[in-house]
Design a protein. Structure first.
Length: 51
């Protein structure tokens, strides 16, 4: 998994690319989680992260 440093988040909506897939690298998922811990935008709610 390659870190791109870029990801999108949404509340309770599955994020898909134009081809219908929903993917994120392990490194970018870790970055999304750490960013959420440092600056909570989805407090006590489920959220999705994808490229």
């Amino acid at each position: 998994s390659t870190e791109t440093g870029e990801y999108r988040t949404s509340d309770d909506v599955l994020l898909r690319s134009p081809d219908g897939s929903s993917q994120i690298s392990a490194a970018d998922l870790a970055l999304a989680v750490l960013d959420e811990i440092e600056q909570p935008r989805h407090h006590r709610r489920r959220f999705h992260a994808a490229h």
